[in-house]
Design a protein around this ligand. Structure first.
Ligand code: RUQ
Ligand code: CUA
Length: 633
């Protein structure tokens, strides 16, 4: 009894002390315990947005840091019924019938080499596509591709410092153009492709700039030059052995694979001067015929990441089967190209000499994959085999100054604004491939794991460990104040073809088998809410949400169907529904919107084929005037 009282009092005292300490350490402050550093008070916001790729889930996860809270998921390459992505006509057309993507590398748009908060690009590796997400509303607005001639786009998209280009290089190789060949003729008949995709500075629209034909290497990762190296893009590859089977053995034979250094201005100029041949509609440059656009830099042992440091002077790459990072000097690279100090060529691309351009070799540890940077001249390299991150000095003495364990088998890592000219040097997040027993078990498929690490001091400090859904490959983190998302779509700016903005315009039009329903949604009514059609009709619901209040989205779901969508305030969406069954089909608002959300519903009456229906039906005038009166307030 006594012991129980003492324990309770001690507990209470501890809680009071903890609360008062928490009270003075602000969110994400650099002092205090790990718990305090990740604690963001209820109602307060995180300092960073982070975008984690969803891998073969095909989507993008949005997290807040330092709290490590999952805020939302942006559907990109995979339909998402909850919001109707891939169900309304516009997003369905954008997906082009595909219902799967493998999203690997988010790339934030940049201005002067800094994230500008306008767009997020992300690749679909398997479909050779690139999506652009508008960060005003966190919606996928363009899916570019499939990019012709490209057999999967892994080294993709990695935007340039003013978002002039995003890139895509083929992970696999196939014949270009694809045709009947034998697998055994891989070295002779197959090709890789490096593609430069132009991005319109005004609205981010992507279009094909150029393609470069390469030997059938497997292109892996990429990064853009910046500062002195602006204008160049770097790509790693493996399988310079040209193996077409048992790659794990046969593609690990060479001491050296390559980084391709592409002068993208020269490549674009060559296309503009008519030096490309057209293959499947794409302008393709063959380095045999067009010299000066691409050079090869030897890299030991099947490299993965290639990363340019914030000043743009150094290019870092590490062989997966090596324990070192090779650091190359961009100045030396240029000097060697000027002096034409080449060591033969592959596929018409001159090969530079490793020793001529190497600046340093940093012994980081086993299985180095990818490097990020801070604002104090340090680099952070993920070590897959060691399950560690190594921190090292970019510059003499090029030494490792710290290491930290991560859990487990880290792939990439993301530093706060780590791909820019000005990383903020606050956090690194480990993106691990295996979580083993870190979280409550959910059966044989474990979640992925991630750790938030504070890099503000000389020693890295593990702050938090959190699971993620399948499967972040890469991620980027941006200061939250750079994003200013809208809260509603201004009705006045709604230009959607199916939009109506007054109750008087609500109507049902029929032409042959096609029925267009122009419908309003406002708390808590659909107008019209009685729809009469014939069996076999193709019914297009154009639903405009007239709300201009934050967070008041309406849903529109039709029972017994696959058809559901969500319409945000001020937005119009069109959804097709086929009237298959004679009888009555209810529809309803599928997104909770108000106290009378449950009443937000209506009925579709389907008459046998050929029943007589007016070409124009309008809702009950009484209902129209009620809604009109409501809208006036
Ligand atoms: S990636 S770790 Cu390195 Cu595209 Cu998967
Ligand atoms: Cu509208 Cu629920």
């Amino acid at each position: 009894m006594k012991r129980w009282i003492v324990a309770t009092i001690t507990g209470l005292l501890l809680a009071v002390v903890a609360l008062s300490v928490l009270g003075c350490a602000g969110a994400g402050s650099s002092s205090g315990t790990a718990a305090q550093k990740v604690y963001v008070k209820p109602g307060e916001h995180d300092a960073y947005y982070a975008f984690l790729s969803g891998g073969h889930h095909g989507n993008v996860y949005v997290y807040g840091f330092p709290s490590c809270r999952h805020i939302t998921t942006i559907p990109v390459f995979t339909p998402e019924p909850a919001v109707g992505y891939g169900f309304d006509e516009d997003s369905k057309a954008m997906l082009g019938g595909r219902i799967w993507g493998d999203a690997h590398h988010p790339g934030l748009s940049e201005t002067d080499g800094n994230y500008d908060g306008r767009w997020l690009f992300i690749n679909d590796m398997v479909g050779a596509r690139i999506a652009r997400i508008d960060l005003k509303d966190f919606k996928t607005r363009q899916i570019f591709g499939p990019i012709p001639n490209l057999s999967a786009a892994h080294a993709c998209p990695f935007p340039t410092p003013n978002t002039e280009y995003v890139f895509a290089a083929s992970r696999f190789s196939v014949p270009v153009p694809n045709r009947a060949v034998h697998i055994e003729d891989y070295g002779k008949d197959f090709n890789g492709i490096i593609a430069g995709i132009k991005v319109a500075p005004t609205d981010g629209t992507m279009s094909l700039g150029f393609e470069i034909l390469t030997p059938p290497f497997d292109w892996d990762l990429s990064d853009a030059g910046k500062g002195p190296s602006h204008g160049w893009q770097f790509f790693t590859c493996y399988n310079t052995e040209l193996a077409y089977d048992s790659l794990e053995v046969k593609a690990s034979q060479h001491e050296m694979d390559f980084i391709a250094a592409v002068d993208w201005r020269a490549a674009q100029k060559a296309v503009d001067e008519g030096k490309a041949k057209t293959i499947n509609g794409a302008p393709v440059l063959d380095p045999h015929d067009v010299p000066g656009i691409v050079y090869l830099v030897p890299v030991p042992k099947s490299p993965h990441g290639v990363d340019v440091n914030p000043t743009g002077e150094y290019i870092c790459a590490s062989g997966k089967l090596q324990a070192e990072v090779s650091v190359y000097s961009f100045a030396k690279l240029q000097a060697a190209i000027q002096a034409e100090k080449f060591d033969g060529e592959r596929g018409g691309m001159p090969v530079l000499k490793y020793e001529d351009i190497l600046e340093a070799k940093v012994p980081v540890g086993l299985g180095p994959l990818h490097t990020q940077f801070d604002n104090k001249g340090y680099a952070y390299t993920s070590l897959f085999l060691d399950s560690q991150i190594a921190k090292w000095k970019v510059g003499p003495p090029w030494n490792v100054t710290d290491k930290i364990d991560v859990y487990y088998s880290i792939g990439h890592l993301m530093a706060s604004e780590g791909d820019t000219r000005n990383p903020t040097g606050e956090y690194v997040v480990a993106l691990d491939k295996l979580s083993k027993s870190r979280y409550l078990s959910v059966g044989p498929t474990h979640p992925e794991a991630a750790q938030l690490i504070d890099i503000r001091g000389p020693k890295m400090e593990l702050l938090y460990d959190f699971p993620t859904y399948l499967e972040p490959h890469y991620a980027q983190m941006i200061r939250a104040e750079k994003l200013k998302p809208i809260t509603v779509y201004p009705l006045a700016e709604n230009q959607h073809q199916g939009a109506i903005k007054r109750a008087e315009d609500a109507r049902i039009e029929r032409k042959g088998n096609r029925v267009d329903v122009y419908m309003l949604a406002v708390r808590t009514h659909f107008t019209p809410d009685k729809i009469k059609v014939n069996q076999g009709d193709d019914v297009y619901f154009h639903v405009t949400n007239l709300e201009q209040d934050d967070d008041i989205a309406h849903g529109f779901g039709i029972i017994w169907s696959n058809d559901n969508m969500q319409i945000e305030p001020g937005e119009t969406k069109t959804m097709h529904w086929k009237a298959e069954q004679v009888g009555i089909t209810p529809f309803y608002c599928s997104n909770f919107c108000s106290a009378l959300h449950q009443e937000m519903q209506g009925l579709i009456e389907v008459q046998p084929h050929g029943a007589k229906l007016a070409a124009l039906q309008r809702p009950d005038p009484k209902q129209v005037s009620e809604i009109a009166a409501l809208l006036e307030h």
